[in-house]
Design a protein around this ligand. Structure first.
Ligand code: NDP
Length: 327
C-alpha cells in the first residue's frame, strides 16, 4: 500500500477538519483517532476507529504521520514533544511568543526518535508567516502589515464569557478599512493598535444583569479590549445560536516596499477569507503532513516549520507535472 497513513490526536474542531480534509486527498488514509476521553464516547463523522492514548505506542509501525489537533495553550506543549519522540508529527501551535521554546522541545524529541516534528502549521502561524517571509526577502526596503478579520476570536470570546452577568457571547475582530487603504497606497503609515483593528461583541445577558456595567467591564478589559474601539451588542440566546454559530476568519498580509530609491512602489498582498477557520487550518495541516512524511523518508529528522519546507513537497503531483502545469 502506498497511501500515507495518518492518525489524528485530539478530536475537537481541528480534528474534525482533518478528518474531512483527508477524504479530499486520495494519497492519504486515515488509520484512527486518538483521544484522552473515553473512546466509546467519541463519535467520529466517518466510520474510523477511535482509540485511547494508551494505545498510541502500538501504532508506531501503523501510522506514518500523527496530526496533533490539541489546543496550543495546554495540550501541545506536553503532547508535541511526547509524540514527536514516537511519530512524525504535524501541529498548529499558535502561541507565537512561545514558538522558540516549543521548537527546542520538539526538536530534541524528534532528533532522538528520528522523526520530523512539523510545528506551527496553519494560517497564522503558517501561510501568513510564509508570506511575511517572501515579502521581506524580496523587498528589503519597506514595511509588512498583518490585518486579521473579519473573524471570530476564540480567546476574546472566552474573555467575554468570564465577565459577571454574561451568559454567552462571541467576539469578532475587524480590520479598519482606512488603515488598509493607507497601507495599500504605499504610504508606509505608522499605525497604532487602535487604528488597525476594531472589536465587535455579541453578548447574551444573564437574567437581571446590568447591561451598562457589563459593557463597561468588557470595553475596559486590559490586554483584550482596552486598547481597541469595541462595540457591544446585546442579543437573545436564540440570536446567538442562529447567527453566530460558525467560525469564520481570515485577514491580509501586506508588504509595502520600494525599489529604485523610492521611485517605484511595490506592494505585495496575500489574503484569506475563510468560512471555517478550523476546516482551513486542517487543510493546511494535511498538505504539510505529506511534506513531513517525505522529509522523514529522505532520512531527515528534527523540528521543522513552514520555512523549512520546499513548496513542491506539499503537492501530491510529481515535480515534472508541477513544472509543466503550474510554473
Ligand atoms: P477544541 O477546543 O475544539 O479542541 C481541543 C481539544 O479539546 C481536542 O483535541 C480534544 O482532545 C479536547 N476536547 C475535550 N473535550 C472535548 C469535547 N467535548 N469536544 C471536543 N473536543 C474536546 O480546539 P480547536 O480544535 O478549535 O483548536 C485547536 C488549536 O488549534 C487551538 O488551540 C489553536 O491554537 C490552534 N489553531 C491554530 C491555527 C493556526 O493558524 N496556526 C488556526 C486555528 C486554530 P481529546 O480528544 O484528547 O479530548
Amino acid at each position: 500500500e502506498n497511501a500515507i497513513r495518518i492518525g489524528i490526536v485530539g478530536y475537537g474542531n481541528l480534528g474534525r477538519g482533518v478528518e474531512a480534509a483527508i477524504a479530499q486527498n486520495p494519497d492519504m488514509r486515515l488509520v484512527g483517532l486518538f483521544t484522552r476521553r473515553d473512546p466509546a464516547g467519541v463519535k467520529p463523522l466517518s466510520g474510523v476507529p477511535v482509540y485511547g492514548m494508551s494505545e498510541l505506542e502500538r501504532f508506531r509501525s501503523e501510522v506514518d504521520v500523527m496530526i496533533l489537533c490539541g489546543g496550543s495553550k495546554d495540550d501541545l506543549p506536553q503532547q508535541g514533544p511526547q509524540l514527536a519522540a514516537m511519530f512524525t508529527t504535524v501541529d498548529s501551535f499558535d502561541n507565537h511568543s512561545a514558538i522558540p521554546e516549543y521548537f527546542a522541545a520538539v526538536d530534541a524529541a524528534a532528533k532522538a526518535g528520528k522523526t520530523i516534528g512539523m510545528l506551527s502549521v496553519g494560517w497564522d502561524p503558517g501561510m501568513f508567516s510564509l508570506n511575511r517571509l517572501y515579502a521581506e526577502a524580496i523587498l528589503p526596503e519597506g514595511a509588512t502589515y498583518t490585518f486579521w478579520g473579519k473573524g471570530l476570536s476564540q480567546g476574546h470570546s472566552d474573555a467575554i464569557r468570564r465577565v459577571p452577568g454574561v451568559k454567552g457571547g462571541v467576539q469578532y475582530t475587524l480590520p479598519v478599512q482606512e488603515a488598509m487603504d493607507q497601507v495599500r497606497s504605499g504610504s508606509n503609515p505608522t499605525l497604532s493598535t487602535r487604528e488597525k483593528h476594531t472589536r465587535e461583541c455579541f453578548v447574551v445577558l444573564e437574567e437581571g444583569a446590568d447591561a451598562a456595567a457589563v459593557k463597561a467591564a468588557i470595553v475596559s478589559m486590559p490586554a483584550y479590549f482596552a486598547d481597541y474601539d469595541t462595540t457591544v451588542n446585546f442579543i437573545s440566546e436564540e440570536e446567538l445560536r442562529q447567527n453566530h454559530n460558525t467560525m469564520p476568519h481570515g485577514g491580509f498580509v501586506i508588504r509595502s516596499g520600494q525599489t529604485n530609491q523610492g521611485a517605484s512602489k511595490q506592494v505585495m498582498e496575500f489574503s484569506l477569507k475563510l468560512d471555517s477557520n478550523p476546516e482551513y487550518t486542517a487543510s493546511v495541516l494535511v498538505a504539510y503532513a505529506r511534506a513531513a512524511h517525505r522529509l522523514q523518508q529522505q532520512g531527515q529528522s528534527g523540528a521543522k516549520t513552514v520555512f523549512d519546507v520546499a513548496p513542491g513537497l506539499l503537492s501530491p503531483r510529481s515535480a515534472a507535472d508541477l513544472r509543466k502545469d503550474l510554473l
